[in-house]
Design a protein around this ligand. Structure first.
Ligand SMILES: NC(=O)c1ccc[n+]([C@@H]2O[C@H](COP(=O)([O-])OP(=O)(O)OC[C@H]3O[C@@H](n4cnc5c(N)ncnc54)[C@H](O)[C@@H]3O)[C@@H](O)[C@H]2O)c1
Length: 264
């Protein structure tokens, strides 16, 4: 690991004397390699929070499997990570399709040999997802497939590898499955937690801002006075992915600028 730090330190144009044993500097930022030697699969990582997580995890030393249906953007994410000295591959896969997921996990194992972190991030919020009385069955099914079934499928194919190695961390974006897996696989050393994001400024949220008023309606509810940024969520994901969270499982972690506590 020290050799890796040294190489990245040199690539970042700093002398070896400047390399603190516990930190490396990339650009202006310090990174402590909290995910050194770990392999992380992040679904939906061609854009939004998934992309931010892929970049952060790679900077913290993980080898990242970037997987998404968006091919060009996924490849671009990987290019950016590699240009910065990180390790990543892109696997085009629909996280809601069993055959795609099986192939994606196989590709991860072939490329890196093991999987330590599964971040079930892929999700959609189509404009036609209105009220319960308006939504069509087809739209409901599509949302359930991408937002829920994908977490089941990815877990189905990743957990056997985690069981074999006796450890792993599964991060779901707000899904009840977090509890099921946490209880069932705790004795195998597999932790499973859910992040519950508040309104985060990504393309998914921006489609709802049909007017200044529509935007302000949400903004005014947030005690911290701003929408979240992708990094607000992925730092929580980084904690869950690292061994620092080794006694955290079955938890719902609210990262929402305080909006869910705002009853005024
Ligand atoms: N943005 C928010 O305010 C917010 C709030 C709460 C929860 N979330 C959840 O956080 C997660 C990330 O959201 P985001 O805001 O970054 O969204 P985003 O739309 O910016 O990015 C989502 C990514 O998922 C990919 N994707 C979509 N369907 C896929 C599929 N079937 N298989 C693989 N990849 C697929 C997209 O191509 C895209 O790259 C989602 O699960 C979303 O539901 C978002």
């Amino acid at each position: 690991m020290n050799v890796l730090k040294l190489i990245i330190g040199l690539l970042s144009s700093i002398t070896p004397m400047d390399v603190d044993p516990d930190f490396i500097r990339i650009g202006g930022d310090l990174y402590s390699m909290r995910l050194a030697n770990k392999v992380a699969i992040i679904t939906g990582s061609a854009g939004g929070m998934g992309k931010a997580a892929a970049e952060l995890f790679a900077r913290e030393g993980a080898s990242v499997v970037v997987t998404d249906i968006a091919e060009a953007e996924g490849a671009e994410t990987v290019r950016g990570i590699r240009d910065a000295g990180g390790s990543a591959i892109f696997v085009k896969a629909n996280a809601a399709n069993e055959e795609d997921v099986r192939r994606m996990v196989d590709a991860a194992i072939i490329a890196f040999g093991h999987v330590d972190v599964l971040y079930n991030n892929a999700g959609i919020m189509p404009a036609e997802d209105g009220s319960v009385t308006d939504i069509t069955g087809a739209t409901w099914d599509r949302i359930m497939d991408v937002n829920l079934k994908s977490a089941f499928l990815c877990s189905k194919y990743v957990i056997p590898h985690m069981v074999k190695q006796g450890k792993g961390s599964i991060i779901n974006v707000a899904s009840f499955v977090a509890f099921m897996f946490a209880v069932q696989y705790g004795r195998h050393g597999i932790r499973c937690n859910a992040i519950c994001p508040g309104p985060i400024e990504t393309p998914l949220l921006r489609v709802l801002w049909t007017s200044e008023e529509a935007r302000d309606l949400r903004l005014n509810r947030i005690p911290l006075g701003r929408f979240g940024e992708a990094k607000d969520i992925v730092y929580m994901a980084l904690y869950l992915a690292s061994d620092e969270s080794s006694w955290t499982t079955g938890a719902w972690l609210m990262v929402d600028g305080g909006i869910s506590s705002n009853y005024f």
